[in-house]
Design a protein around this ligand. Structure first.
Ligand code: BDP
Length: 327
C-alpha cells in the first residue's frame, strides 16, 4: 500500500470505530418518503412501523420519515428507491404502472365495483399476487403492503354536473399514460404531472382541475386554488403501496426481514383505520370551506372508458375475470 492509501484506510477504520464503539452496534437509518404531509394516515402508519422496528432490533434500525414530497415527486421517489438512495417509499400504484405493467390492472378506470370490492381483492390471493409481481419484477423493489386511498373523483373550478361539462377542461392526472387516456376518454384533456406541482398549476391556470380523494384535496391545499366543485365520478379506486429498496432488503438478515414484514402488515391495518376516519373528517372540512359536492350518474363515464379497459387489460383477461368474480 502507498502511504496515502494506508492513511485513507487507517482513517476509514477510525471512522468505523468512532461510529460503532465496542459494545455498541451500528445503526442503519432507513429513509422513508411520502408526498403527503406529516399527520396524513399513510405517513403516521409508516412512522409507527419504524418505531416498532427500532424497538424490536434494539435500535439497529431507525426510520427517518421525509414527508411532504421533500425527497421528490413519486416518479423520482421510485427511481431513488430502486437505486437504494431512499429505503422505503409510500407511493400510489398509479406511478408504478410504467415500471411494473401488471399493476395497471388495478389502475384501470372502474375496474373495482366500489371500495369494498377493492379491499376484498387486495386482502385476498389476487392482492398477494400483485405484491409478488412487484417484488419478483426486475424493478428492484420489495412490496411491503397496501394502503387505502379511497376513490378518486373530479374537482374543478367550473362545475361538472354531466359528462359533457368536462369538455375542454384541462385536468391533471398522475404520471401514467393510462390516466391521460382515461381523462381523454371521459371528455376532458388529461395532463400528467407530479402531485407536488398541482397546486401552482391550478393557481396559474395551467390546469382547470384535477382528481383525487378528499384527504388529498384538503391536505395539499389545492382546494384553496380556485376549486369550487367535487364531482363524485369515483372513476379510479387505486390502492397505495409501500415498497422497500431491494438494495436495503438484501442486506438484512432473514430475521430482520421477517420483522419488517410483520410490522408492515400492522402498518397496513393501522392505516386503514386512520383512513376511514380521515375521509369523513376531510370531507366535512372541504364542505365547510365551501366546496360543493356534486352527485353524478357514473354510467356514462363507465361506458366512455371501455376502450381504456380494453387497451390496458388486453394481456390480463384472466386476472380481470378473477377480480370481477370476487364478491
Ligand atoms: C394521492 C396518493 C399519492 C399520489 C397522489 C397523486 O396518495 O400517492 O401521489 O394521489 O395524485 O391520493 O399524485
Amino acid at each position: 500500500m502507498t502511504p496515502m492509501r494506508t492513511l485513507i484506510a487507517g482513517s476509514a477504520l477510525l471512522a468505523t470505530l468512532a461510529a460503532a464503539p465496542f459494545g455498541a452496534t451500528a445503526q442503519t437509518v432507513l429513509k422513508a418518503a411520502d408526498v403527503h404531509p406529516a399527520g396524513y394516515p399513510n405517513v403516521v402508519a409508516v412512522e409507527n412501523m419504524g418505531k416498532k422496528l427500532e424497538k424490536a432490533t434494539d435500535g439497529r434500525y431507525k426510520l427517518q420519515m421525509f414527508p411532504g414530497g421533500v425527497l421528490g415527486a413519486e416518479k423520482e421517489m421510485v427511481e431513488q428507491t430502486q437505486v437504494g438512495a431512499i429505503q422505503i417509499a409510500r407511493i400510489s400504484l398509479g406511478v408504478l404502472g410504467p415500471v411494473v405493467p401488471t399493476v395497471n390492472v388495478f389502475n384501470m378506470p372502474f375496474v373495482f365495483r366500489n371500495e369494498a370490492h377493492m379491499r376484498q381483492v387486495i386482502d385476498g390471493p389476487i392482492g398477494q399476487e400483485i405484491l409478488d409481481a412487484i417484488t419478483n419484477s426486475p424493478a428492484r423493489l420489495v412490496a411491503l403492503g397496501y394502503m387505502d386511498s379511497g376513490s378518486r373523483s373530479l374537482y374543478t373550478k367550473k362545475a361538472v354536473r354531466k359528462m359533457e361539462d368536462l369538455k375542454g377542461q384541462k385536468i391533471r392526472m398522475m404520471g401514467n399514460p393510462l390516466f391521460v387516456d382515461t381523462m381523454n376518454a371521459m371528455g376532458g384533456n388529461g395532463i400528467s404531472m407530479g402531485h407536488t406541482e398541482v397546486f401552482s398549476a391550478l393557481q396559474t391556470g395551467v390546469i382547470d382541475g384535477a382528481e383525487n380523494n378528499p384527504p388529498t384535496l384538503y391536505t395539499s391545499n389545492q382546494y384553496t386554488a380556485g376549486i369550487k366543485y367535487y364531482t363524485q365520478t369515483q372513476h379510479l379506486i387505486i390502492p397505495e403501496i409501500f415498497v422497500m429498496s431491494k438494495v436495503t432488503w438484501d442486506k438484512m438478515t432473514p430475521a430482520d426481514q421477517a420483522l419488517v414484514k410483520k410490522f408492515a402488515r400492522e402498518a397496513q391495518l393501522e392505516q386503514r383505520a386512520l383512513w376511514d376516519k380521515s375521509v369523513a373528517d376531510y370531507t366535512a372540512k372541504l364542505k365547510a370551506a365551501g366546496v360543493e359536492w356534486i352527485e353524478i350518474d357514473t354510467k356514462p363515464f363507465y361506458d366512455a372508458t371501455e376502450p381504456v379497459r380494453a387497451k390496458y387489460g388486453a394481456n390480463y383477461t384472466d386476472l380481470i375475470k378473477r377480480i370481477n368474480e370476487v364478491k
